[in-house]
Design a protein around this ligand. Sequence first.
Ligand code: PMP
Length: 304
Amino acid sequence: MEETYSYFEGKIIPAHQAKVSIQTHAFQYGTAVFGGIRGYYNPDKKNIFIFRIRDHFTRLLQSVKIMQLQFEKSVDELVEITLELIRKNQCMENIYIRPFIYTSSLQLSPRFHDVKADLAIYILKLNDYLDTKSGLKTMVSSWRRIEDTIIPTLSKASGGYVNSALAKSEAVQNGCEEAIFLDSKGYVSEGSAENIFLVRHGKIITPSISSCILEGITRRTVIELARELGYEVIERDVSRSELYIAEEVFFSGTGVQIAWVKEIDKRVIGDGNIGPITQKLQSLYFDIVTGNTSHKEKWRTPVY
Ligand code: PMP
């Protein structure tokens, strides 16, 4: 990927030419929705597999619907454009695809009606976003996760990530790698850009949609794989103190993949090592996303 290309204003063009005006509506107000999709390079098969691309674009179009953005393309069209863009970039490595649909008019008042929206997509090389091997140091954020009555939490809305940025910076400035949000009721919600799971008494627990989470595609993947492995998975309210006494805690997300948590608010989780359930799920997840198993082939879209 020497010269990279992006999709911008209906065309594939050199990435450095994909620029917007400072008056762009979305730039002023965060009135955009976006996705984050990974492609894994498999050196034996000399191919890139995009993980659950249709599910990602389905969620993106749900975000469009929630926000009433004026955008007409279908999942099939979005998949086609993305595959064409990756091929144009001749990618042969692990990649991250960032599609977004943004209010592109140069208009002043913040709104979603009567304002033009456009699609843009760029691609980056990306290996680990957070460490997946040595365990993450985390803290419960002093910032609460946005709630659905403020910014719809099931939409991946750009403006909502001010909330994530505050929590992430607070965590890093306090010597941690990631933040854990509580929701407005005080229950555990999720990380700054990932869902959270814990293991108690051998059962897997994760906050439900009513805790203002983004409904992660990796979360859905983990739930399905864990149930296939015979574990009970429960979606329910989670108290902060349950985190401290959990046997295992891990994050799930496209960026973070499956990453285990070693410490929360200076409490060591379990015995301070990756737990057996997390380990099993993580290794199965990596085999599936990279195409090192024939299992769940329907989740992988080959690029070439
Ligand atoms: N929560 C938030 C706030 C996120 O930004 C993400 C990343 N998209 C996730 C959860 C995980 O979602 P997914 O598994 O679909 O990447």
